[in-house]
Design a protein around this ligand. Structure first.
Ligand SMILES: [Zn+2]
Ligand SMILES: [Zn+2]
Length: 155
């Protein structure tokens, strides 16, 4: 019988099929199953939280999503029908570097977590958006992708 190294076992627990981290590397996470939904969100909350015109996020199952380490803080957004906050959610970031890593407590997607694709470790792990949402607040200079476009959320 082969002896399992305890370090190997630990290493296995610290990574999944898809992995990501914040800018300083303190917060690390992973998930095994491909997201069930991926969107570019052009809402004003995503603009403010990301600092960019839009944010790309992937919906993964809460039971699959694991934070391996690092201290996070959640900032709750109250219900807002004009943004992807919808009936409320919490955007979670690293307390050290401020990277926004994921979004949880999704009132409209119970049992799910939105992973910010910008925090994925491998560029080849990015999932292409299947839709663009909250396009009512898209900037006129930002061209639409060839995917379904939604003024607000996906109902
Ligand atoms: Zn960090
Ligand atoms: Zn949004």
């Amino acid at each position: 019988m082969r002896q399992q190294s305890p370090y190997l076992e630990m290493e296995q627990e610290m990574s999944k099929r898809f992995n990501g981290s914040c800018a300083c590397g303190a917060v690390t996470y992973g998930f095994d199953n491909e997201p069930t939904f991926v969107a570019n969100c052009h809402c004003t909350d995503c603009k403010r939280a990301s600092g960019g015109e839009m944010a790309t996020f992937a919906l993964v199952s809460d039971s699959d999503f694991t934070v391996f380490g690092g201290e996070t803080k959640g900032f709750p957004y109250p219900a807002n029908p004009q943004t992807c906050a919808g009936n409320g959610l919490t955007r979670v970031f690293c307390v050290n570097c401020g990277s926004r890593v994921f979004t949880n407590e999704l009132a409209d997607f119970p049992g799910g977590v939105f992973v910010q694709e910008g925090t994925l470790d491998n560029l080849t792990d990015w999932f292409a958006p299947q839709a663009e949402i909250y396009t009512w607040s898209r900037q006129p200079w930002m061209p639409a992708l060839d995917v379904p476009q939604h003024d607000h959320g996906v109902s």
